[in-house]
Structure formats: C-alpha cells, structure tokens
Design a protein around this ligand. Structure first.
Ligand code: URA
Length: 201
C-alpha cells in the first residue's frame, strides 16, 4: 500500500527525537497490507536495529512459536512497535520519545484496520489500556471502534519466567476465537461498524 510505504519513508527520515542519532536502522514494522491481526511491541532491540525488522531476535523467535501454536506464520500478521528506533543499550523508551513517535503508529493502524490488535509489553499496554496493569488486563479483550484490543505479556519477559510463559501461551490460544467473533458480528451487521454494538465478552 502506497500510504504505508510513505509512513515507512517518513520514519526513515525522522529526526524528531534523540533516538534518531544512535539508531542503525529504523524499524517501521512489517506484514500484509490487510492484516486481521496486528501485534504492537515496545521498541527495537539490537537485532532489530541491525536488520530494520521487528522481532527478529530471541523474543521474535518465541513470538513465531506462539503464532505457530495457533496455526499462523509471521508473514500472515502485521508486527510493529511503539517506538521505531532502538533506545541505546535497550533502555526503556522515554516519554518524549514515545510521544514523538506516536503519530506513526496511529497512521499505520488507521491504514491497516486490523480486527484484533494485540499489545505486547508495558509500553504498548499503556498506550491502548491506559491506567491498567498487565496482570489485570492481559487476556481480557475490549472492543473499541471496530477493533478488539487484547493485552499480552511481552514474549521477552515470558521467555525467562516459566509462569509467564504458560500465561502468554494460554492468552495466544484465545486469539482465534476473537477473530471469529469479529467475523460473526461483521456478518450479522454488514452495514454497522463491527464489534461496537454487541456485547461479546
Ligand atoms: N522487543 C520489542 O518490543 N520489539 C521488537 O521489535 C523486538 C523486541
């Protein structure tokens, strides 16, 4: 899609925050132009900064395993991040970096129009579930303006904590039912914005 590659070009040229000075490559996100499922992580790490692609390190391998557990390959979903450049030494992104970058993700979501948007990690959670804690919000979908939002733990955290690993695996297994419920409502009310009007959960 032309508009999506235009956003990627703008990201590549962006100097709105200090991360632009330390990055090797920008990581705009990737996937099909019309994804049902969109994952939003936190920020690129070392591997992502080298390759310009999201989730290509150990957390990405785990994300691919999780996707395989529901019969999906990574090229069937769209994967992006809250910030598009790697914070030095993989530190947490700062508030001004997050806000300087926010409009890119907003435009990407508006163009991609996913059925289900999955947040991975706390910065993504804070953006879509403001004021919520991950322990309370994970696995509890909420619907807003035609999109089902679903919070999950970050795969990197779950990789190192066996109890979280099980939780993230279980949360991932709920995604096919969310996609189906979105389709059911769209079929029942083709003229209406799907998901908005019926109580599903
Ligand atoms: N962690 C993230 O949040 N995003 C990536 O792209 C890689 C690791």
């Amino acid at each position: 899609m032309k508009e999506l590659s235009q956003v990627a070009d703008e990201i590549a040229a962006c100097t709105a925050c200090a991360l632009s000075r330390s990055r090797t490559r920008t990581v705009p996100g990737e996937g099909p132009d019309d994804p049902s499922l969109l994952f939003v992580g936190e920020a690129p790490g070392w591997h992502e900064d080298q390759q310009g692609r999201p989730f290509v390190g150990p957390a990405g391998r785990f994300l691919e395993e999780l996707l395989a557990s529901i019969g999906l390959k990574r090229d069937q979903v769209w994967i992006g991040n809250i910030v598009k450049c790697r914070p030095p030494d993989n530190r947490d992104p700062l508030p001004d970096e997050i806000s300087a970058c926010a409009h890119f993700l907003e435009r990407q979501i508006a163009l991609l129009r996913p059925k289900v948007l999955v947040t991975l990690g706390r910065y993504s959670l804070a953006r879509f579930f403001p004021g919520e804690s991950i322990s309370r919000a994970h696995g509890r979908p909420k619907k807003q303006q035609g999109i089902i939002y679903f919070a999950m733990y970050h795969p990197a955290a779950a990789l190192h904590q066996p109890s979280l690993r099980r939780t993230i695996e279980e949360d991932m297994k709920r995604i096919p039912a969310l996609l189906e419920s979105w389709d059911r409502i769209a079929e029942a009310q083709p003229e209406e914005p799907p998901v908005k009007q019926l109580t599903l959960f």
